[in-house]
Design a binder for this molecule. Structure first.
Ligand code: DLL
Length: 439
């Protein structure tokens, strides 16, 4: 049985501020930010001068569109500390996110940045029902990745007891979860699934655990994955979003209503843009999420392009928080695959699999080339029960997946059902795509 999330709010004044109040605060903070980056970051000064925008031209959020964008490549080009807005002596922490190619993206924090981050993670983890009485097992990686220390500081700020496990070492995670009576788990959704499956395999009944809540993020996961994790761990699984460049985890967080993640707008201005033209889109339309950081001192960013695709919803939320919600991510502009001309997101495959009994959301899309044409094979893990089923039933399941994939993706794919546990497992972020195309 899934546990209900406790409805508590960490900072009512900030989280339930009127929309007008949020806007006024953003206006004032944006003006200060623009002055600060113009004065202290040569990169931004040059960019603004190139397009003829002076700090005085920015009166508030209505002028945001006049400001230049920041791309991940800008951080790389100024590697490692070139975009920092304070002298290095004021930087107290450095994190980095590893890209698929080349140098990592480096981010720096002042003491006040770390304090803000802890506060926003405390807000976020409170959304999942975590209190000072909670025992929080942090199984995000500690290190240059922001997940471990981000969750750690947030849980400590709440006053919870923190177990800094870091990722991996699954058997020990399960043992301590049981022995210490962890009430909350913070890790990637794919690792939550690994832990849930391990508990099932070890044959330990859920009644031996005290888990109530999960704070899962750092990678896309569908409603189907959520249901599976909730079932495997007997908890309520809440989504947390963030990115190193903008802060780390805790930029936005789901409340108990699980209808999108509240973006902490007193610290970040979100925009959704047409990814191709860069034109701002109205609320309710899907596009690329862009953030301007309002309070960051070490690495303030103007209109940072996340390449994450989502929809913003400003409608009132029954939880009482007034901050705009972003819908669960549909994918990234850059993890979108183009297969035989069709745009495909791994999340669509996950969505299809969630509706089919007998299979798990563990899959790998293998894209190849045959006779100069793209091919797509989807390997999907069966559930242990299904493994012992008849060949005919397994074949029927393959056909069902193939036809649902064809109608959702608009593309034919070869489906290969594989034994449970046979696809490569990640301790951190999951790998969904193997692109072996010859280009
Ligand atoms: O993943 C920060 C984080 C740590 C978030 C722990 C949540 C929990 P990066 O490694 O810089 O930072 O990766 C950021 O991960 O642009 C998204 O594409 C993806 N991502 C993060 N959270 C979610 C989420 C951390 N809840 C990139 N759903 C982002 C989907 C997510 N994708």
């Amino acid at each position: 049985m899934k546990k209900e999330v406790k409805h508590i709010i960490w900072d009512k004044t900030a989280e339930c501020m009127s929309r007008d109040g949020i806007r006024a605060l953003q206006d004032q903070r944006l003006r200060e930010l623009v002055k600060r980056v113009y004065a202290n970051v040569p990169f931004y000064r040059a960019k603004m001068q190139a397009i003829g925008v002076m700090p005085g031209d920015i009166r508030g959020v209505e002028d945001l569109h006049k400001l230049p964008f920041t791309e991940k490549t800008d951080l790389r080009d100024n590697y490692p500390f070139g975009l920092f807005a304070v002298p290095q002596s004021q930087i107290v922490r450095i994190h980095a996110s590893s890209g698929t190619t080349g140098k990592p993206t480096v981010v720096g924090y002042t003491a006040r940045d770390i304090d803000t981050w802890a506060e926003l993670m405390a807000r976020s983890m409170t959304c999942a029902g975590i209190t000072k009485d909670s025992i929080v097992q942090v199984a995000y990686g500690y290190g240059l990745f922001t997940g471990g220390l981000g969750a750690h500081y947030g849980a400590e700020r709440i006053g919870a007891s923190v177990i800094p496990m870091s990722g991996g070492n699954t058997k020990k995670q399960v043992m301590l979860m049981q022995d210490f009576g962890s009430t909350a788990l913070a890790c990637t959704p794919s690792y939550a699934m690994v832990l849930g499956e391990a508990i099932q395999e070890m044959g330990i009944p859920l009644s031996k655990f005290k888990l109530e809540a999960g704070v899962f993020g750092a990678e896309p996961w569908t409603e189907g994955a959520r249901r599976r994790i909730e079932e495997l761990l007997g908890i309520s699984a809440q989504d947390v979003y963030g990115l190193s460049e903008v802060m780390g985890p805790g930029v936005s967080m789901e409340c108990p209503y699980q209808q999108g993640m509240h973006i902490w707008e007193d610290h970040f201005i979100p925009e959704v843009l047409d990814p191709d033209t860069g034109a701002p889109l109205p609320y309710g339309q899907q596009g690329e999420l862009v953030f301007t950081t309002l309070t960051k001192e070490g690495l303030p960013l103007l209109r940072y392009r996340t390449h994450d695709l989502t929809v913003l919803d400003p409608s009132p939320c029954p939880c009482g928080r007034t901050h705009v919600r972003m819908r669960k991510l549909v994918g990234r502009t850059d993890d979108m695959l183009i297969i035989r001309g069709v745009n495909v997101f791994p999340s669509q495959v996950e969505g299809v699999l969630a509706s089919i009994p007998g299979v798990t959301p563990q899959f790998l899309m293998v894209v190849g080339t045959r006779h100069n044409l793209d091919t797509l094979e989807i390997r999907v893990e069966l559930t242990p029960e299904m493994m012992s089923d008849t060949v005919r039933h397994i074949e029927e399941t393959e056909k069902l997946i193939a036809s649902n994939i064809a109608s959702v993706l608009g593309l034919n794919a070869a489906i290969r059902l594989v034994p449970p546990g046979s696809l490569p497992r990640s301790e951190g972020k999951s790998k969904r795509v193997l692109d072996e195309r010859v280009r």
